[in-house]
Design a protein around this ligand. Structure first.
Ligand code: NAP
Ligand code: HSE
Length: 420
């Protein structure tokens, strides 16, 4: 019998304990051994838990318990789970975690500490979708050209409801929290950080790149307005929060941001809590992985898949490399990212203004692809909405700074990237 200790019996931890019990027969048949959740850890002992396992508030009672074979870390945070996972590995216990924030900061140290002890993390990225397994194993023959996708269920759920049903931001965020999709601190979701944590994990497996969240471009969905949504619809785009990793020459772009993508693309049709990740390999071509990106049972499904793999003895190096990778690929500085942009700007509604705007953009070598003018509630002020041809991120930032300095421009100049 294999005994499991669960650090964190919350949304995911509770589902793990329940599924291990409810689906014990199929799990035992697949793993070849009986797998039982022995104990779990929470912060608040007064909260009622709907599980049949011993509960305590002392994480060391699990990681130091000689009877526990596999520690499952589902508590969230970075430094506290790092110390506990380290201790569990040092005690010779296999570890399964769904904690992408932990891995975004400590995956290389943990790989080192783990050595030959299994440390698995399928549930950390894209919830119930086995995209980690696909990258580590299924696509092992390929150089990875790009990874692009919807990697945060909360944001996709919110964007779908806001765009299709006109739902209010705060209300729909609360709903995502009640459904168990959001992080304990939901600014990780709406600020793009959670998707960035996942992207960094995928980039390590795909490219061997050891970057931290601070090193890459991260923007969230907080500043999207109804004007942007209406423009996107008019010009045949959907707005999605995307994680993008792309090989460009000897560099790799890593970025997370709200993105306008063509409405007819497959990813544009991925709605609600569903995630979808497209991976392009140099030999296999384009592959796509789709499924629920968040939620207790969907995530627990991936956690238990890792447990079964460990019990079967399917081990492998944590990040998928048995030897050092001499790819020469480096993280591309964010200023060098090249893409198309959408710009929203409020200006005096008078002659000569459009020329001033386009000539300012022209000074930075930015050429306009399309333009739309919309009235505002103030008869003297108009909204100008542009899309540009491809340009470099640094030029776009400089152009926006210059635009803001024009007398005819009012307030902020908003920008969103476009991927076709
Ligand atoms: P959650 O509902 O907030 O559960 C966290 C659990 O950990 C709670 O039981 C909490 O105790 C316990 N905990 C937190 N800090 C603790 C501490 N210092 N000592 C003891 N217990 C502690 O979170 P969740 O949604 O299940 O997420 C868990 C992890 O999975 C996170 O890393 C998250 O990013 C990741 N994840 C979540 C999802 C999802 O859809 N929810 C999907 C993929 C990955 P109390 O109950 O007493 O507060
Ligand atoms: N908060 C995360 C999301 C959970 O909404 O995608 C799954 O990782």
């Amino acid at each position: 019998m294999v005994k499991i200790g669960i650090l964190g019996v919350g949304t995911v931890g509770e589902s793990v304990a329940k599924i291990l019990e409810a689906n014990a027969d199929i799990i035992e048949a697949r793993a070849g051994k009986k797998i039982v959740a022995k104990s779990g850890v929470v912060r608040n002992m007064n909260k009622k838990r709907d599980v049949q396992i011993a509960i305590s508030d002392d994480p060391y009672s699990v990681v130091d318990d000689p009877e526990i074979d596999i520690v499952v870390e589902l508590m969230g945070g970075v430094e506290e789970p790092y110390a506990l996972v380290k201790r569990a590995l040092e005690n010779g216990k296999a570890v399964v975690t769904a904690n992408k924030a932990l891995l975004a900061y400590h995956r290389y140290e943990l790989q080192e500490i783990a050595g030959n002890i299994p440390l698995m993390y399928e549930a950390s990225t894209a919830g119930g979708i086995p995209v980690i397994g696909a990258l580590r194993t299924g696509l092992a023959a390929n150089h990875i050209e790009s990874i692009q996708g919807i990697m945060n269920g909360t944001c996709n759920y919110m964007l779908t409801k806001m765009i299709n049903e006109g739902a209010q931001y705060d209300e729909i965020l609360r709903e995502a929290q009640e459904l168990g999709y959001a992080e304990a601190d939901p600014t990780f979701d709406v600020g793009g950080f959670d998707a960035a944590h996942k992207l960094l994990i995928l980039a390590s497996i795909a490219y061997g790149i050891d970057a931290k969240p601070e090193d890459i471009l991260i923007e969230g969905i907080e500043n999207i307005t109804q004007t942007d949504v209406a423009f996107a619809k008019e010009f045949g785009y959907e707005i999605k929060l995307l994680g993008i990793a792309k090989k460009v020459g000897e560099g790799v772009e890593l970025r997370v941001h709200a993105t306008m993508i063509p409405s007819e693309s497959m990813i544009a049709k991925v709605d609600g809590v569903m995630n979808a990740v497209t991976v392009v390999g140099d030999r296999v071509g384009e592959t796509m992985y789709y499924g629920p990106g968040a939620g207790g049972d969907a995530t627990a499904s991936a956690v238990i898949a890792d447990i079964v793999d460990i019990v079967r003895g399917n081990q492998g190096p944590m990040l998928g490399y048995k030897k050092g990778l001499e790819s020469g690929l480096k993280l591309l500085p964010k200023e060098q990212i090249v893409t198309q942009y959408y710009i929203r700007i409020e200006v005096d509604d008078k002659s000569g203004v459009l020329a001033a705007i386009t000539s300012t953009l022209g000074e930075f070598g930015i050429s306009i692809e399309s333009m739309l003018q919309k009235p505002t509630s103030d008869a003297h002020i108009a909204k100008l909405l542009f899309t540009t041809h491809k340009t470099q991120e640094s030029k776009m930032h400089d152009a926006i700074t210059a635009l803001k300095m024009l007398d005819v421009v009012h307030g902020n100049v908003a920008m969103m990237r476009i991927e076709k």
